[in-house]
Design a protein around this ligand. Structure first.
Ligand code: FBP
Length: 254
């Protein structure tokens, strides 16, 4: 049995965690940002506020804004990505960063998106597998962004489809997965069970109300998730530090 690298590196603490995601400039373009959030320094301020257990960047941002010797917050480097120019029905997200580059940037974990169900999933599974082998040989944790997508996926929040994606993450050797919420505690408990010992971080998604986000936080924990891997709902909030504190109060409560 392998070590629990996610907990060892502090990406979860006592099984709970909140990862601050900021790869949206790559995935969506700067449309998600305003004058403040377009600056990665602002995101680093939020990430190092004490409420997060990890920050997720693509390599270019990590290289220019993350200081491994100063910043205590664990870094997750995303190894693949795609732009929003091509809304392909069968999406593929190519690898654009190596495990060694991530390691040199001070990463404790690498992330990789698999569009589960896409006709190009075989390619992504293969890349993921090679990354997983190399990352684990080099003692890095591996997080699978397990996103059902493509024409074969009728509903990307369906319990059984999400459970399949979660299981795939476990079987491919992910230490943790990042996955959408199915919408209710009962169905999501099944998704979490399907992930087995792979920890489950839930995707934040589009901006929602604070009250809804806090309620959802209770629900995802009740279903067995370890917390959020969240972006827009924190840094697009009126006061990112306040919402981060409220999430942390729920997620890390003893
Ligand atoms: P959010 O919490 O803002 O949804 O971020 C999670 C995330 O997975 C990001 O890491 C990524 O950039 C984005 O969502 C991708 O969203 P989509 O594939 O739906 O465009």
């Amino acid at each position: 049995m392998t070590d629990d690298l996610i907990e060892t590196y502090g990406l979860t603490q006592k099984g709970r965690g909140i990862l601050l995601a900021y790869d949206h400039g790559f995935e969506h373009g700067p449309v998600d940002f305003d004058e403040e959030t377009i600056d990665p320094n602002f995101i680093m301020e939020i990430a190092t506020s004490g409420y997060f257990t990890g920050v997720v960047f693509q390599k270019g941002i990590a290289e220019k804004y993350y200081q491994p010797h100063l910043n205590k917050i664990p870094l997750v480097v995303k190894l693949n990505g795609k732009t929003s120019f091509h809304q392909d029905e069968e999406p593929y997200s190519p690898q654009i960063c190596s495990v060694d580059e991530a390691l040199a940037l001070g990463a404790k974990a690498v992330g990789y998106t698999i569009y589960v169900g896409s006709e190009k999933e075989a390619l992504m599974m293969k890349e993921f597998s090679q990354i997983e082998e190399e990352a684990h040989n080099k003692q890095l944790a591996v997080i699978g962004w397990m996103y059902p997508r493509g024409a074969h996926v009728k509903d990307d929040t369906d319990r059984d489809i999400l459970a399949y994606a979660a299981r795939l993450g476990l079987e491919l050797g992910a230490d943790a997965i990042k996955i959408k919420y199915s919408g209710d505690i009962d169905s999501f408990s099944w998704v979490v069970k399907a992930a087995g010992r792979a920890k489950v971080f839930v995707v934040g998604g589009n901006m929602t109300s604070e009250a809804k986000l806090l309620n959802l936080t209770h629900d995802i924990l009740a279903a067995g998730a370890c917390g959020w891997a969240i972006g827009r709902n924190v840094w697009q909030a009126k006061n990112p530090f306040s919402i981060a504190k409220q999430l942390a109060d729920i997620i890390y409560q003893p």
